[in-house]
Design a protein around this ligand. Structure first.
Ligand code: NAP
Length: 383
């Protein structure tokens, strides 16, 4: 495992961090799964095996798996595992209605995680408006207090907005770290590579989320893109290429991967035992550039399937609709997506159920025009 320094706080962190937003789910009797129902034994085994193989940074949040991710992580870190890792969790800023909520939520998180202290405490998914609102409510005083009384060791924020807002937040407080979305398709999206460099320059550790764009860069890779990867003389999975592109940046401290099984864990441990900053050759960088161009031509909606928009009050399955819509163009296969869409129509979770309330748009970290894109998807997917 490669280890890097987490910005000015100087901690040595594994470049591969486990993200616990996509833990394995329990399969119900009817074969379905429910995002809130984690397969605890599988998740605990996976997390412990990750730590045994050198992972020492684990990311969770109050809202992941409908509140159960922190609870399961707390169980996984029993039997001496807690002492071997850095725990990062986040304050769900959209759930803070008054200043009293700061302490109430943090104390609840400590209890769920069964720990007395959190190593990295982040303000979750900051963007311009919540940041202003939180500052006015005294969030920075709260963070100072939580640091002083030891409930929190280091503080940071995760981010989903434009670069100028990112810079403003970086410059507003003595942060230890930040967490940004970065992958080979999002080089200039939100904070992007420019934000990564800005933050690192100011001494912040940079943690990357969605490195495989929620898995899309690793799975069901379009044939022409796979052909590009395959032309290289060393055989590497698309996941390895995407991780190497990120690990090449010396500014990156941790790359979070939302693994959900042991195969992914083992593959990623192996990939991150061979990484180092500035590792890519010119030939490798050129190949990645070609793949980036091919992808940009194909993707219609930049949905990463993070589920922040869910549940929709009108039961529209927003991430699934966008996945089906993108697949039409990625794989040049309209028929399969239309067939799958018929199921959503039967379940009344298709795009026509949307009443344009806009709740999803205010929650989407990608700032997607969801209402407009749903209508566009419906036009294509409805037979
Ligand atoms: N703060 C925020 O606003 C925020 C937002 C998003 C994420 N996060 C954090 O960042 C973490 C990472 O983001 P992410 O989960 O979106 O990461 P990601 O790496 O982009 O996507 C994770 C998915 O990639 C697939 N995968 C992982 N390793 C693979 C491998 N070796 N080969 C093939 N597929 C592989 C799996 O897909 P399948 O499930 O399809 O198998 C997995 O669920 C999250 O878990 C969460 O902790 C934070």
């Amino acid at each position: 495992m490669e280890y890097r320094v987490m910005g000015r706080c100087g901690h040595s962190v594994s470049v591969f961090g486990i993200g616990t937003m996509r833990l394995p789910l329990r399969i119900q009797k009817d074969g379905s799964t429910n995002y809130g129902s984690i397969d605890e034994q599988k998740a605990i085994d996976m997390i412990r095996q990750g730590i045994d193989q050198g992972v020492n940074y684990i990311d969770t949040a109050y809202t992941y798996h409908q509140g159960n991710s922190e609870r399961v992580l707390g169980k996984a870190l029993k039997r001496g595992y807690r002492e071997r890792v850095n725990i990062a969790t986040k304050l769900p800023v959209w759930k803070v209605k008054s200043a009293d909520d700061f302490d109430r939520i943090l104390n609840e998180q400590l209890e769920k995680l069964q720990v007395s202290s959190i190593d990295f405490y982040l303000l979750h998914a900051l963007s311009k408006k919540p940041w202003q609102r939180l500052k006015e409510m005294g969030v920075l005083d709260f963070l100072n207090r939580a640091r002083q009384d030891g409930r929190v060791k280091h503080v940071g924020f995760s981010f989903h907005d434009q670069l100028p807002v990112f810079k403003e937040i970086v410059d507003s407080y003595d942060w230890d770290m930040c967490q940004i979305q970065l992958n080979l398709l999002d080089e200039e999206f939100q904070a992007g590579v420019a934000g990564m460099r800005y933050a690192a320059d100011k001494g912040l550790g940079v943690v990357v989320m969605e490195p495989l764009r929620g898995g899309a860069l690793a799975q069901k890779v379009p044939a022409d893109i796979q052909a590009h990867w395959s032309q290289y003389r060393v055989n590497r999975s698309p996941a390895e290429w995407a991780f190497r592109w990120l690990a090449n940046f010396p500014e990156v401290s941790v790359i979070l991967s939302g693994i959900n099984n042991l195969e992914q864990l083992n593959e990623n441990v192996s990939i991150f035992s061979k990484t180092s900053p500035h590792m890519l050759t010119t030939e490798e960088s050129d190949l990645i550039n070609q793949v980036q161009m091919l992808y940009r031509e194909k993707i219609k909606v930049g949905c990463t399937g993070c589920q922040y928009c869910m549940p929709c009050p009108s039961h529209v399955d927003i991430p699934e609709i966008f996945r089906l819509y993108n697949q039409v163009f990625l794989y040049d296969d309209l028929a399969s997506s239309q067939t799958a869409y018929q199921e959503l129509i039967k379940q009344k979770s298709d795009a026509s159920q949307c009443v344009a309330c806009g709740q999803c748009e205010s929650l989407c970290p990608q700032n997607l025009s969801i209402i407009e894109k749903l209508a566009e998807a419906d036009d294509v997917l409805r037979t």
